[in-house]
Design a protein around this ligand. Structure first.
Ligand SMILES: C[S@@+](CC[C@H](N)C(=O)[O-])C[C@H]1O[C@@H](n2cnc3c(N)ncnc32)[C@H](O)[C@@H]1O
Length: 320
């Protein structure tokens, strides 16, 4: 595939690195691409579908992409905005923090898409997090020179690329995933990247075992093809949701390395998984763990009639 299109917003859960892998196993591109947990949109923007239904409970994400689709936010508007605000950031007191704070307060009082891009790109480590009141909750990256010309150009080009990729007929929704999955029909592809169970929680990212079970119940009944992203295991434990729900389907896995600090000894690995309800008939040798054995081959019909174990509630967050 050609170079991955990167979106103008960032988040810690961004799946840029999984894009070629997902693209590789796509069963078809003729139906609709349905993505109930859109996030930054990086997966949708790189799959090459003409029709799409894109959804997220985070209204700022959906509003931004709708405004790009409608031409309310253009590359030129973003350029003018970032040049102006970047200049103010450079000259602001407290090493730029005064201006970052101004934008943050303005966004939290009255959210708008341009300030959303600013916060996403001037926040610490490209993270996106909202507090209990639904307010932006990531501190400044502490770089008053953040919006230097080259960086502004990079973001403007990202907006230009995304505005080209988003088609006028693409639908955007700001609902629960459970409202979106039933819209899928035979021939469509649903890609789900829900918050990882047992991981971090914020205003838009609460995720319980009940949510996982509802997702499982909806996906096992869909007539569409689906691909689900999740984690399989790390050095310390297995993702119990795999055994509980997902290993009834096909699963492929691969290693993902990340740093939880600057030092080499802080390198940690997690095994990422893609779960799908279709056969992977292509050569997948580049996926370093191959296909996981299913305990028993079940047809969709059998799955529909299968009784799902009652979930045990696990409270609190575990470290991945
Ligand atoms: C892991 S992120 C998706 C990341 C995305 N694949 C990317 O590459 O940027 C999960 C997304 O699901 C959204 N979300 C969380 N709970 C949801 C729910 N119940 N229904 C729909 N979206 C939800 C969050 O706002 C977040 O943007």
């Amino acid at each position: 595939m050609t170079k991955v299109i990167t979106p103008p917003i960032k988040s810690q859960g961004i799946k840029t690195k999984l894009v070629p892998w997902i693209n590789d196993i796509l069963p078809n591109k003729n139906g609709k691409w349905i993505e109930p947990f859109l996030g930054t949109g990086v997966v949708a923007f790189n799959m090459g579908f003409k029709k799409a239904i894109l959804n997220d409970t985070n209204p700022h994400i959906i509003e931004l992409y709708k405004e790009i689709q409608e031409g309310k936010i253009t590359p030129q508007i973003v350029k003018n905005y970032l040049e102006k605000e970047g200049e103010e950031l450079r000259n602001a007191g407290d090493n730029g923090y005064d201006h970052f704070r101004l934008i943050k307060n303005r966004f939290n009082e009255s959210p708008n898409s341009l300030d959303f891009i600013f916060l996403s790109r001037a926040g610490f480590n490209g993270m996106m997090r909202f507090n209990k009141k639904g307010q932006w909750n990531i501190p400044f990256c502490k770089k008053p020179e953040r919006f230097a010309q080259a960086y502004v150009t990079k973001i403007v080009n990202q907006v230009a690329k995304v505005s080209h990729v988003i088609k006028p007929n693409w639908e955007f929704h700001n609902q629960q995933f459970s409202e979106i999955i039933p819209l899928a029909k035979k021939g469509d592809v649903i890609y789900c990247d829900p918050p990882y169970y047992g991981r971090y929680v914020d205003y838009y990212n609460g995720w319980t075992e009940e949510d996982e079970e509802l997702l499982f119940n909806q996906l096992k009944e869909t007539e569409a093809k689906f691909i689900l992203s999740t984690w399989h295991h790390n050095d310390y434990r297995e993702n119990e949701m795999i055994e509980k729900f997902w290993n009834k389907f096909n699963i492929i896995t691969r290693d993902h390395f990340y740093h939880s600090g600057g030092k080499i000894e802080n390198r940690r690995s997690i095994v990422e998984a893609l779960v799908c309800n279709f056969d992977l008939d292509k050569e997948i040798s580049e996926h370093n763990h191959g296909i996981k054995e299913k305990p028993k081959q079940l047809s969709i019909f059998e799955l529909t009639n299968e009784k799902v174990r009652t979930p045990n509630r696990v409270d609190g967050l575990a470290n991945l």
